[in-house]
Design a protein around this ligand. Structure first.
Ligand code: NAD
Length: 261
């Protein structure tokens, strides 16, 4: 939770939580944008921030379409370990709070940069996955898809994994790698919602990956008020009406509780 220097939640944080709840109570088209930080408390490492994966790997080397095509086995060796963690992960109280806010009509949808599927597991219904889903893989030759869980089970004996249907082409997770376009329809829907939203709740994202970070920009340009919940400062904090620096698994349930169903 956001805190004063002695480590206890301070009066400022209490006021910010109240203000966030008040904004969401009045929202007619509330919209959330989430990022990797929302799943950190489910045990899935973020890219940036403390303990982020980018302190260990060069993302362009492991997560770009160019490097995938050049050496799919190198990509899958990293993905095998990340997949183990992501498939075992369960929604945390932050995901559950967002599902509650949607069920109560305070949010119309969640736009997420996450590929882990945890928002849906938590019960969120309208989830726009800007960067695709890590729950399926696709054949780059015949286009057929398979559940990631089935492919995960054979990664110890087959590296890189190959398509069972079309005679051995390499499989790729249905996630958007660096250098790939974002899914057109989902992206368009996200921007349309951003133009209509009156309250934009941003949680667990460094807001440095574009065009995802254009979603709150679009919302602000259309007159929305913004709430930012993140473990550390973001470049958008100065535009937000409410900024809470803390863990989304603690802050979001408190906001949902104060919003009051
Ligand atoms: P990011 O890694 O760039 O930033 C995460 C942010 O979350 C950081 O600013 C960090 O301070 C903050 N954070 C960490 N723990 C937090 C917590 N408990 N509560 C609140 N905030 C916390 O993530 P991004 O902005 O989503 O962009 C990175 C890209 O990485 C996205 O494209 C996404 O597709 C991908 N990614 C996805 C997952 C996932 O699906 N869970 C995980 C890692 C990366």
């Amino acid at each position: 939770m956001g805190s004063v220097p002695d480590g206890r939640p301070g009066a400022d944080t209490g006021l910010a939580l109240e203000r966030a709840a008040e904004l969401l109570r009045g929202a007619r088209h509330g919209l959330a944008l989430t990022g990797a930080g929302v799943s950190a408390e489910s045990g899935i490492p973020t890219f940036r921030g403390e303990g982020g994966l980018w302190t260990q790997y060069d993302p362009v080397k492991v997560a770009s379409i160019e490097s995938f095509l050049a050496d799919p086995a190198a990509y899958w060796l990293v993905s095998r370990e990340r997949g183990r963690v992501a498939l075992a992960a369960r929604p945390n109280p932050g995901h559950l709070a967002l599902a509650e806010l949607e069920a109560a009509g305070r949010l119309v949808a969640i736009v997420t940069q996450n590929t882990d599927g945890l928002h849906r597991d938590a019960g969120s219904r309208r989830v726009l996955e800007l960067h695709g889903s890590g729950r399926t893989v696709e054949c780059l030759t015949c286009g057929r898809t398979e559940p990631r869980s089935e492919v995960q089970a054979r990664l110890d004996v087959e590296m890189p994994p190959r398509c069972k249907h079309c005679g051995g082409a390499v499989l790729k997770p249905t996630v958007v790698l660096f250098g790939e376009p974002m899914p057109a329809e989902v992206t368009q829907e996200a921007f349309e919602l951003a133009s209509k939203t009156d309250v934009m709740l941003v949680a667990g994202t460094s807001l440095v990956v574009f065009p995802a970070a254009d979603v709150p920009l679009r919302a602000m340009r259309s007159g929305a008020r913004m709430i930012v919940v993140n473990a550390e400062p973001t470049p958008f904090d100065r535009f937000a009406e409410v900024v809470i620096h803390g863990r989304s698994g603690e802050v979001l349930p408190e906001i949902a509780r104060l919003t009051g169903g």
